[in-house]
Design a protein around this ligand. Structure first.
Ligand SMILES: Cc1cc2nc3c(=O)[nH]c(=O)nc-3n(C[C@H](O)[C@H](O)[C@H](O)COP(=O)(O)OP(=O)(O)OC[C@H]3O[C@@H](n4cnc5c(N)ncnc54)[C@H](O)[C@@H]3O)c2cc1C
Ligand SMILES: Cc1cc2nc3c(=O)[nH]c(=O)nc-3n(C[C@H](O)[C@H](O)[C@H](O)COP(=O)(O)O)c2cc1C
Ligand code: SF4
Length: 652
């Protein structure tokens, strides 16, 4: 297999002065790598890795075009000439690998997420239209400010052009300022910028004209817009289509995605989780293509070259955004072109370390690829100074990553797994409703083991005696975790089971179930959905402020919507106390009052995990080198497990 396997994906495309070598694009995405509003070394290294890996086009994360555009405290700002140097450095780094570079011109309008130093910012929008998600009441823009912001778009583009970028993408997607002007439910103005469809378009027309006037004829101007904001108040697909058609001719390309930042339901589509189907916006892109002459780009859950090839080959779009695919594997385009598609570490749309980190204010990474966001430190694999014999105990994500990375550095590695299958808890995680794709972690890690030529011994439970007999140079203990059972005041009559028993199908639950969820992660919410789908009446009692409290937001909110549709009752602030007969006793975590739930036949306990410590404890007096990692050290998530496996192998 070679590039002919994906002939359409690897066909170049010229737009004005820019020629994309293929149809694979890394779309604009906030990395939380910049620290002072300008491009820094970490961001240059991040994008250079994706350019080196073969992406045709990289679009930089949003750059604010005006002081009022600061929607987070760590975004890029293109409001001053001092930003030019950073843009130039990233352009040079990306260009030397043959990748085209655009940047996003951005104003969020009323979508202000964070505040500087704890003080709420003044948000501006076309009209007095409150934002549901961030609870922001904007101030209507004066005509003077509109003119200033329009000039800000042009000035920012001028700086990017001067820095050597190939083009810009105006962000009219996700309910941000240009979309607020387009949307008649948000734009209630009665002047030249509102009231009629043409007036609602005026802001964008003026922005495009100003950008064109301040750049040259080789510079590309594109538009990002949601082909449906997926919200009652949001821009509809029809409205978006009409706006796109009206701007055909003024623009060089249009880039369609879905969703809005303005509501929790619409925001899910900003970074669609695995519960949303692959390439789901391609049909809308095809509708746009039938209506306009300019190239159409599409993004949203296109995570494999096979899917992208299908989209381009069927003429639904001209370029595919494959953002998380490149976050998970920057080498994806090169592997596809060289006929090594099976070596690609496919993104599983878990949203944990990419957008999950963003929402928690941390730099971008990927749970499967810890190098992402840490390129300055880990980009080049350093061969081991001296090859060692390494025993890795436990074939979950931690052990698998440790073994693969250690072997790729030249160590002689044997991975031992007690059961007959590799994957550890991931094998259970993939059984939760809508979570099958999470099992991709195992497929990806198995391939990494194969490529690194790790010897795998399944069905072997390692004990201290085996380690002493093998006498390796280093032992990595990655023995994982088992369900934690809390102490309960427990009378007779109630069936009490844990989440793993339910997921494995080892128990039959009754018609009326209470799921007690201490950890507030995927398990409680997933088991509740599983049982509700199977026909039980389910109450989910969470020891947190909301179900799925610790989950990535878009994953949580999509799940909560499904639970609501299934009629699952959620009780927040609930600490499990005990059970007796058909009654479960809970306690409110702030009032300390009892919450008594009657008519329950099965209590499902989802109270996190306990580390499996037998081996690590037995090795406490062992004289050789021992590293304990992952859930076996302390139960957390696959992200820490894989990171610790990677880091340990890196330092051997
Ligand atoms: C239902 C469920 C859903 C989850 N969903 C997510 C999710 O969406 N995202 C996320 O990040 N995390 C999730 N997690 C948590 C995640 O799966 C764990 O954090 C991760 O698997 C820990 O990896 P590990 O390698 O440290 O341990 P484990 O996955 O527990 O693997 C340990 C392995 O070691 C083996 N072993 C133990 N002792 C020995 C021995 N003496 N000799 C040989 N082998 C041994 C075990 O058989 C096991 O295969 C979920 C967990 C569950 C149960
Ligand atoms: C960490 C992260 C940050 C993002 N920030 C932006 C952004 O700055 N501008 C933007 O238009 N979209 C942003 N997005 C959305 C992506 O551009 C893209 O539309 C989304 O990841 C879906 O594409 P994918 O399925 O190929 O990953 C972000 C996505 C991620 C994962
Ligand atoms: S963290 Fe998850 S969603 Fe994000 S890139 Fe990695 S696999 Fe994909």
């Amino acid at each position: 297999m070679d590039a002919r396997t994906f002939p359409h994906l690897f066909t170049p495309l010229t737009i004005r002065g820019a020629t994309l070598r293929n149809r694979i694009m890394s779309t604009g995405h906030d990395t939380v790598l910049p620290t002072d509003g300008t491009v820094n070394d970490a961001l240059v290294a991040y994008h250079e890795a994706r350019a080196r890996g073969g992406a045709g086009l990289i679009v930089l994360q949003v750059s604010g075009v005006h002081e009022t555009a600061r929607y987070t405290t760590h975004m890029l700002m293109a409001t001053e000439d001092r930003s030019i140097e950073g843009y130039r450095r990233v352009a040079e780094a990306v260009h030397q690998h043959g990748t085209v570079l655009f940047a996003q011109l951005f104003h969020p309008g009323r979508e202000i997420m964070e505040s500087e130093g704890g003080l709420l910012a003044v948000a501006y929008a076309p009209s007095l239209a409150p934002n549901e998600r961030f609870h922001v009441m904007p101030r209507p823009l004066s005509r003077g400010m509109i003119a200033e912001i329009i000039a800000g778009y042009g000035d920012a583009a001028r700086r990017m052009h001067e820095a050597g970028l190939d083009g810009v993408e105006i962000v009219a997607s996700h309910g941000y300022l240009p979309s607020q002007f387009l949307n008649p439910r948000v734009n209630r103005r009665e002047d030249a910028y509102g009231g009629t469809p043409e007036n609602c378009l005026r802001f964008l027309r003026d922005v495009i004209a100003d950008v064109r006037a301040k750049t040259d004829e080789r510079f590309v101007i594109g538009l990002r817009i949601s082909g449906g904001e997926m919200d009652e108040e949001g821009l509809t697909a029809g409205e978006a289509l009409d706006a796109i058609a009206a701007l055909d001719g003024a623009l060089d390309y249009v880039h369609v995605i879905a969703g809005t930042s303005a509501s929790l339901g619409g925001a899910i589509h900003i970074v669609p989780p695995m519960t949303i189907e692959n390439a789901y916006m391609a049909p809308f892109a095809a509708t746009v293509k039938a209506r306009v002459g300019m190239p159409v780009f599409v993004t949203g859950r296109i995570n494999q070259p096979q899917d992208a090839e299908g989209v381009i080959a069927s003429n639904q779009a001209d370029v595919c955004g494959m953002t998380r695919a490149l976050i998970a594997d920057p080498e994806m385009p090169r592997k596809a072109r060289e006929g090594r598609a099976e070596d690609i570490r496919a993104c599983v749309a878990c949203n944990q370390a990419c957008i999950g980190h963003f929402h928690r204010g941390y730099p971008i990474s990927c749970i499967q690829h810890p190098v992402t966001g840490r390129e300055l430190r880990y980009s080049t694999v350093t061969p081991a100074a001296e090859p060692k014999r390494v025993m890795v105990v436990g074939g979950g994500p931690a052990g698998m990553k440790a073994a693969a990375v250690a072997a790729s550095r030249g160590h002689r590695v044997t991975l031992y797994e007690a059961s007959t299958r590799l994957g550890g808890q991931t094998l259970l995680a993939q059984l939760l409703p809508g979570r099958a794709e999470f099992g991709g972690l195992v497929t990806n890690l198995e391939r990494e083991l194969e490529l690194a030529q790790v010897e795998v011994r399944k069905g072997v439970r390692v004990d201290k005696a085996l380690i002493e007999a093998e006498a390796p140079d280093a032992v990595i203990v990655a023995t994982g975790a088992t369900p934690f059972r809390p102490r309960l005041e427990q009378g007779d009559g109630m069936q009490v089971v844990d989440a793993w028993q339910v997921i494995k199908g080892e128990v039959t639950v009754g018609a009326s179930v209470l799921v007690s969820d201490w950890r507030c992660d995927w398990i409680g919410i997933g088991v509740a959905e599983m049982l509700a789908r199977a026909g039980s009446a389910v109450r989910l009692a969470v020891n947190g402020t909301t179900a799925g409290e610790v989950l990535p937001l878009y994953v949580r909110d999509h799940s909560i919507g499904r639970l609501h549709r299934l009629g699952v009752t959620v009780t927040p602030f609930a600490r499990l106390y005990g059970c007796d007969g058909d009654t479960v006793y809970l306690q409110h975590t702030t009032s300390s009052e009892a919450i008594v739930v009657e008519g329950i036949d099965t209590l499902v306990v989802c109270h996190g995990h306990a580390p499996v410590m037998e081996l690590s404890e037995a090795l406490e007096d062992y004289l050789g080198t021992v590293h304990v990692i992952g859930d076996g050290l302390a139960p957390r998530t696959a992200e820490e497990a894989i990171f610790e496996g990677f880091r340990t192998a890196w330092t051997l």
